[in-house]
Design a protein around this ligand. Structure first.
Ligand code: NIG
Ligand code: FE
Length: 416
């Protein structure tokens, strides 16, 4: 198939974009893409590719923007129920961590998710997966972490693999048994930490070997924060996971600076996420490493908080910056990377071009898939979007409407 007549074809070619190079769109005016099966075969000008491939079935982009599908590298896609009542409590003055300490927050979603039948969990999660795809996300990272006991966590992994098999949205699972201290271990975070290391991680490894049919191992993530896991507990969990062969991710500095970003760099984590209260020293350590800094602007926005990730400082230090939705039933129930881009432009002070690169090629790096995803280059997976606008800057500039007209996933065309 030959997609042609894109007003602007954003290739994002050339690999992940560090520091001030962020925002190199690789823009081709009147661009075209040749797709063979599920792969990109050639990229160029419309006239050139049509001349070289005259018998190829054609899809006319009609003067609109074509770009890589969004990669959302940090979500909590799988849960049951909602927390609308907590939203109201926060508006009345309670903080996120106060609600969590009183047994609400993550733990209230744990109760709802444990109680849900497998079918109910799938029905609710599938609806979100479909909405995410319609908004242009073609690959999503999805964390467990609303089970917090071994069986419930494995059930979430199993549901994520089932959804990945049935839907065009590609799901990359993360095991996050260390999302909060399990309710059975209240007041005993060290005991829970030991259980994660001795029981959960080996169980996940074994289960994955039996059920995941040669997929790469899931990521392992920890919520390193006062009231969740300390820096020391996070280190123990991540080192255990690393020794078992899991790639690592970490939630750090959402509310407090505990030094988790430097830990991520030291352990060679794939990404360190949130990074709101990160110290200049942690930023320097992170920026020197290959760990991707993932900013989650929906979270402070959802909390009505004025503090966002210091994205400009991360770029000035030559760091690798990506953006993600953090979609979850608490502060950030957001299914649209277009909205994340709009927030990134306003609160992380990125240009539309920088935000687009952070949501595509750099987001692919944040899930260890920059070799297959996040740009339009020969040999890569054919995951593309055709927008309903002819100027890419409408991404960021506009918000609240879906600008995606067609989604192409592994070479298949889906009309929105
Ligand atoms: O990344 N901070 C920890 N986890 C999520 C929130 C999950 C929830 O509130 O249910 C986050 O913001
Ligand atoms: Fe999160």
């Amino acid at each position: 198939m030959l997609i042609h007549s894109a007003s602007q074809l954003l290739t994002l070619a050339g690999g992940p974009q560090r520091g001030q190079s962020l925002g190199s769109l690789g823009l081709i005016e009147d661009g075209a893409v040749l797709i063979h099966g599920s792969e990109i075969a050639a990229v160029g000008k419309t006239e050139e590719l049509r001349r070289a491939h005259p018998f190829e079935p054609e899809l006319n982009a009609k003067g609109q923007v074509v770009l890589p599908g969004f990669v959302d590298p940090h979500t909590h896609l799988i849960w049951a129920g909602d927390r609308a009542a907590e939203f109201e409590m926060r508006l009345e003055g309670k903080t996120y961590m106060e609600i969590m300490a009183a047994g609400g927050g993550i733990l209230s979603t744990v109760r709802a998710t444990r109680q849900a039948s497998r079918d109910e969990l799938l029905v609710q999660t599938r609806a979100r997966a479909k909405s995410v795809f319609r908004h242009g996300t073609t690959t999503i990272e999805a964390k467990t972490g609303y089970g917090l006991d071994t069986d419930s966590e494995l059930r979430q992994l199993q549901a994520l693999l089932a959804l990945d098999d049935e839907d065009p949205l590609e799901i990359l699972p993360t095991f996050m048994g260390a999302h909060a201290i399990g309710p059975e271990y209240e007041g005993n975070p060290d005991g829970y930490t030991r259980m994660v290391c001795r029981e959960m991680l080996p169980a996940v490894l074994e289960w994955w070997g039996l059920h995941a049919r040669n997929r790469p191992l899931p990521f392992v993530d920890v919520f390193c924060e006062t009231g969740a896991f300390s820096l020391e507990q996070s280190r123990v969990i991540l080192e255990t996971a690393h020794n078992l062969g899991f790639p690592l991710k970490i939630h750090v500095d959402e509310f407090d600076n505990l030094g988790g970003a430097s830990l991520a760099a030291e352990l060679g984590a794939v990404s360190a996420d949130h990074l709101v209260k990160t110290s200049p020293e942690d930023i320097r350590n992170l920026a020197k490493s290959d760990t991707v800094a993932v900013a989650l602007p929906c979270t402070p926005f959802g909390l009505g908080d004025a503090h966002y990730t210091p994205a400009r400082e991360i770029l000035a230090a030559d760091g690798l910056l990506a953006i993600a939705s953090d979609m979850n039933p608490g502060p950030a129930w957001c299914e649209s990377m277009q909205f994340v881009i709009a927030l990134a432009c306003r609160y992380l002070h990125l240009t539309p071009a920088q935000a687009i690169a952070a949501a595509t090629i750099n987001a692919a790096a944040a899930v260890n898939r920059a070799d297959q995803l996040g740009s339009i280059e020969p040999g890569k997976q054919a995951d593309l979007l055709i927008l309903s606008v002819s100027d890419y800057r409408h991404l960021g500039y506009r918000f609240g409407t879906n600008l995606v007209k067609k989604v192409i996933k592994k070479g298949e065309v889906y009309k929105i």
